[in-house]
Write a protein that binds this ligand. Structure first.
Ligand code: GDP
Length: 293
């Protein structure tokens, strides 16, 4: 058998190229939030996949946001840059048939020696023949270690991508135990799941700056008792989240609870509160509490 390899892989690209979906496909289990709304992944979620001859440590990145300038986004950009710089390999994710200034700006900020271009969403190409010229023009943008067309949605070519990535990882023993999927704890996932349900249910109605804080997470025998607060920016946003007679929030919370029970493999009690925290993205204390800085 070939020598064991282990290394870190940063997943970078402009918002909506499918980085979170790709991470889930590569790790083989749902970990990061997938949502049609740009920049919903606010944490650097790490997923770990261990095979017979390789351990892949993935770092998801929230995407390089250049338009927003508040404290939260400054922190996010700094962390994305660090994650990408420190990784052994950077996966630069683009959408098949689409390469614009925003993609180019992200690519120019990648400083890694090894960059693999991942051309995602090939399932959306109406004409498969369009792929080759696209790959050709992409190859002119930079000296890529490889260009790999994939579909995070259908799983097409994901195994091939893993094979190519492995070739570029250093020979060394595994860093994490083989059965470990992530170094995040259950508390972290509880917040991510609730946030995903908020985005999915409210979609465009969701106050953009809306955050979830886990106030307490207790294990009582087989039951996990979780209290969570949903922070919105203005009083007027509260009813949007809560809905008439609290029905909306109830739906969101039950959907989140079911996902948590599946992931944690046990019963969950989930209490949710909606509170107004105006200007929280500028509040360093809250940022620290959320683990951003
Ligand atoms: P991120 O912002 O880069 O993390 O992107 P997401 O993973 O959240 O995906 C953005 C949108 O693209 C979501 O609606 C996904 O369902 C969709 N998407 C991701 N990968 C694929 C793919 O391979 N094919 C298609 N058709 N859609 C995809």
């Amino acid at each position: 058998m070939s020598a064991f390899r282990c290394g870190s892989i940063a997943i970078v690209g402009r918002p909506n190229t499918g980085k979170s979906s790709l991470l889930n496909g590569l790790v083989g289990q749902k970990l990061a939030i997938v949502s049609p709304k740009a920049q919903t992944t606010r944490h650097l979620v790490r997923g770990v996949r261990t095979t017979d001859d390789c351990q892949y440590i993935f770092v998801d990145s929230p995407g390089f946001q250049t338009r927003r300038r508040d404290a939260l986004h400054r922190t996010l950009n700094r962390r994305s840059d660090e994650a990408a710089r420190e990784a052994d390999v950077a996966l630069f994710v683009v959408e098949a048939g689409r390469f614009g200034d925003e993609d180019r700006a992200v690519l120019e900020r990648i400083t890694n020696d090894k960059v693999i271009a991942v051309v995602n969403k090939v399932d959306r190409l109406k004409d498969a023949k369009a792929l080759l010229p696209f790959l050709d023009s992409l190859a002119k943008e930079r000296e890529f270690a490889a260009l790999v067309p994939v579909s995070a949605r259908t799983g097409k070519n994901i195994d091939e991508l893993l094979r190519v990535v492995r070739e570029h990882l250093p020979q060394q023993p595994a860093i994490y135990p083989p059965d470990q999927l992530t170094d995040r704890d259950e508390r972290f996932f509880a917040a991510e799941i609730l946030r995903e349900k908020l985005f999915r249910t409210l979609g465009e109605d969701l106050p953009y700056r809306c955050e979830v804080v886990i106030d307490s997470f207790k294990e009582e025998g087989a039951l996990r008792r979780i209290e969570a607060t949903i922070l919105v920016e203005r009083e007027s946003q509260k009813p949007i989240v809560i809905g008439a007679k609290g029905e909306q929030l109830k739906r969101i919370a039950s959907a989140a609870r079911r996902d948590m029970e599946r992931l944690f493999g046990g019963k969950v009690y989930l209490g949710t509160w909606v509170k107004v925290r105006s200007g929280w993205t500028e509040d360093e204390r809250i940022l620290r509490q959320l683990g951003y800085s």
